[in-house]
Design a binder for this molecule. Structure first.
Ligand code: DP6
Length: 328
């Protein structure tokens, strides 16, 4: 193990997709069937430390101060296996990860978690920094994690089956635009149908699957164009349609999955009322009941106040575009 750092720390941030990834073109390589575009969020940080240890007989994984569940440890070990394969080293590692935001907040900690893990693991095992390879490695673990490797506004193209090098890339740096995401947290419970299971069911059973794959690239293009022009009124309706189309797939799957709760509907209504009063704000939602409002920085306080006052909304979180991986 001489000649490698043997230890590394990496910080990555969560991200929210403005244009959604939902469904895979290759399950084995975890390639997305549609392109997606996200914003990396400050201050939703995950910090991960990887320490190699010759005495270990397997990898260990501690999450938020407690040993992680076996399924989580297995996903971490699988990513480390990829690093070991690339380096030729066989040493196992201690992995310690801490989320500096509530994991039940509806902000995917798996995205920041696997991005931070890929960054820390590659460095600890002695690989030179290469964000594209780190992003591809994070993608294999969880496709949205590929985007959290980078800061600002980030795209992950659709993957052609077999394209194992697929990585995300920066579309605009964080300073491009003061776009905000205000999260209305509506439950502290963990979601019951995870994204992976939900998107699998959508592809196998929803009659709308082909329409989604055909229309998602057009929504992506419209979102990318509005983002370039920093035009919230052009951006918002497409952001909304990307998530409603994704949820229509989940809803029309068999068995049906509905991520909405009564408080989600109330929060969507509160945003509609704001828009009727001239405030440019639009919603997005992921595989859970929380509503994420997308607006400009000038309107964020008003949006946050309206969501906080909505019955059923437990609390709000407020994020802005943040940087990519921090590694030491
Ligand atoms: C709804 O990245 O969690 O958040 O690749 O199977 O791990 P896997 O899925 P994951 O899915 C994220 C889905 C989403 C939309 C998005 O982030 O684009």
């Amino acid at each position: 193990m001489t000649g490698v750092p043997g230890r590394a720390r990496c910080v990555a941030r969560a991200n929210i997709a403005l244009s959604k990834y939902w469904g895979k073109s290759d399950d084995r390589l975890n390639l997305p069937a549609v392109p997606s575009l996200s914003v990396t969020l400050e201050p939703m940080r995950t910090e991960t430390v990887v320490v190699l240890d010759d005495a270990l007989r397997g990898d260990t994984f501690e999450l938020d101060g407690a040993p992680a569940r076996d399924v989580e440890r297995a996903r971490v070990a699988r990513l480390l296996d990829g690093v070991r394969l690339e380096t030729g080293l066989s040493t196992f590692a201690h992995v310690t990860s801490r989320n500096h935001f509530p994991t039940a907040s509806g902000l995917a900690s798996s995205a920041s978690g696997f991005a931070a893990l890929a960054g820390a693991a590659r460095h600890a095992y002695g690989l030179p920094r290469d964000d594209a390879r780190t992003s591809a490695m994070a993608r294999r673990a969880s496709a949205s994690a590929a985007r959290s490797v980078y800061g600002g506004f980030v795209a992950l193209p659709a993957g052609h089956p077999g394209d194992d090098a697929l990585a995300a890339h920066v579309v605009h740096p964080p300073e491009h635009w003061d776009l905000r995401v205000v999260v209305a947290v509506v439950t502290e419970a963990r979601k019951d149908v995870g994204s992976r299971e939900g998107m699998g069911l959508s592809r196998e059973t929803s009659p709308y699957w082909d329409a989604w794959v055909a229309s998602a690239p057009r929504m992506y293009d419209a979102i990318a164009t509005a983002l370039r022009a920093k035009d919230i009124r052009a951006l918002g309706p497409h952001v909304e349609q990307s998530f409603t189309t994704m949820h229509a797939l989940a809803f029309t799957s068999s068995p049906s999955t509905m991520y909405f709760q009564p408080a989600s509907i109330a929060a969507l209504g509160a945003l509609r009322d704001l828009r009727a009063r001239g405030v440019p704000v639009w919603p997005t939602m992921d595989a859970g009941p929380h509503v994420k409002a997308v607006c400009h920085g000038d309107d964020a306080d008003q949006v946050e106040a309206a969501l906080a006052a909505t019955p059923g909304v437990l609390r709000t979180l407020h994020a802005r575009p943040g940087p990519g991986l921090e590694l030491d």
